[in-house]
Design a protein around this ligand. Structure first.
Ligand SMILES: *Cc1c(COP(=O)(O)O)cnc(C)c1O
Length: 356
């Protein structure tokens, strides 16, 4: 028997499971992880906290994760508190809960592409229609065109990704505010890479008081160097959090996840300590690629989109043969490299030289 023989939903028939290849190579620069592992001190503190939780694993965890939500609110600042924070297993689960509460059959979500491929995938996975709007040639968003597209399609949910994945482009607050004013439905600003943005880049969190239908999502997977923990979160009006309580699974955040995320918050100085190094490495990577005569998108994230290649697959494979895994993603002639350690980036440069 194979998949097609099962009585699967018609809209899933024929689809392929999505995901970046997880290959065991020396230099993995394909999923925008932070290359610096936690310190032994952090690992020890985490183990201690898990040991305490372990003694109570016969009980369900705090269903509303209140201590964690208060900690996340304190980290974000902006006068937020636990009632305005929500957390789940990765920001992908947060996004899915948003779609479950505000999307669904007969409803539409919209984003501006190229952008994060999971937005349309989670959208269609919840039986919500997807409308792909366009970005400019430099991957920025023209707010006038965005507002016109929203008027035309009248989406129930609008996704804005800033800094954008896979392009790295950050969005000015005025553009986000223009979209929030124009949209009838929910506006989700995915700030997965916010901590990497250049100094002075304002967060959409500053717009929350004026826009009750605005949601800002964040994650511990990137700057926080905790991708393995699976912890994503959002800030929004307390009524939005109430809406998400209607669709979340009971006890969705395990006691172990909550323990790990609380430890990460305690160690945030250490975990975020690598951000400045990664930004410098990113800027150096952009300059080096441009010096090689390649086209490179401006980046406020921990990755760089570069091109253009008539046959990007060949370049991707050429790097892989030398033990360097990057990502074949985004517009057809471009490739994306995540920023790793200095050694990893020098391996990437050497391998790319050889391919070119
Ligand atoms: C990596 C990424 C996420 C994070 O997903 P998690 O489920 O939190 O690991 C969210 N949004 C964008 C745009 C991303 O690139």
């Amino acid at each position: 028997m194979n998949l097609d023989d099962l009585p699967i939903r018609d809209d899933l028939r024929g689809l392929k499971a999505y995901g970046a290849p997880q290959l065991d190579v020396a230099v993995r620069l394909n999923t925008n992880e932070n290359p610096y592992p936690p310190s032994p001190e952090l690992a020890g503190a985490l183990a201690d906290r898990v040991r305490v939780s372990a003694a109570e694993l016969n009980r369900y965890p705090d269903r509303d994760a209140l201590e964690l939500r208060a900690g996340l609110a304190a980290y974000l600042g902006h006068g937020l508190d636990a009632s305005r924070l929500w957390a789940a297993n990765g920001s992908n689960e947060v996004l899915q809960q948003i779609l479950q509460a505000f999307g669904g059959p007969g409803r539409r979500a919209m984003g501006f592409e190229p952008s994060y491929a999971m937005h349309p995938l989670i959208t269609t996975g919840t039986n919500t229609a997807w409308v792909g709007g366009a970005r400019e040639a430099d991957f920025s968003l023209d707010p006038v065109k965005a507002v016109a597209a929203i008027a035309e399609h009248d989406p129930d949910i609008v996704f804005l990704t800033s800094p954008n994945n896979p392009t790295g482009t950050a969005m000015p607050l005025e553009a986000i505010a223009a979209v929030a004013r124009a949209a009838r439905g929910m506006v989700v600003v995915d700030e997965a890479y916010f901590e990497f943005a250049r100094t002075g880049t304002p967060s959409a969190l500053t717009l929350l008081p004026e826009h009750p239908r605005l949601i800002v999502t964040r994650t511990m997977s990137k700057a926080f160097a905790m991708a393995g923990t699976r912890l994503g979160y959002l800030a929004a009006h307390p009524a939005v959090v109430e809406a998400l309580l209607l669709v979340r699974l009971p006890y969705h955040l395990s006691a172990l996840t909550q323990a790990a995320a609380l430890t990460a918050l305690d160690f945030r100085e250490e975990l975020l300590g690598s951000v400045q190094r990664l930004r410098e490495e990113r800027d150096a990577t952009v300059s080096w690629l441009r010096g090689r005569g390649l086209e490179v998108a401006d980046s406020d994230a921990n990755f760089v989109l570069f091109g253009r290649f008539a046959d990007r697959r060949k370049v991707w494979e050429g790097l892989l043969e030398q033990g360097v895994l990057i990502r074949e993603v985004g517009p057809p002639e471009w490739l994306r490299v995540s920023i790793g350690t200095e050694q990893e980036m020098s391996a990437f440069r050497e391998a790319l030289e050889n391919v070119l």
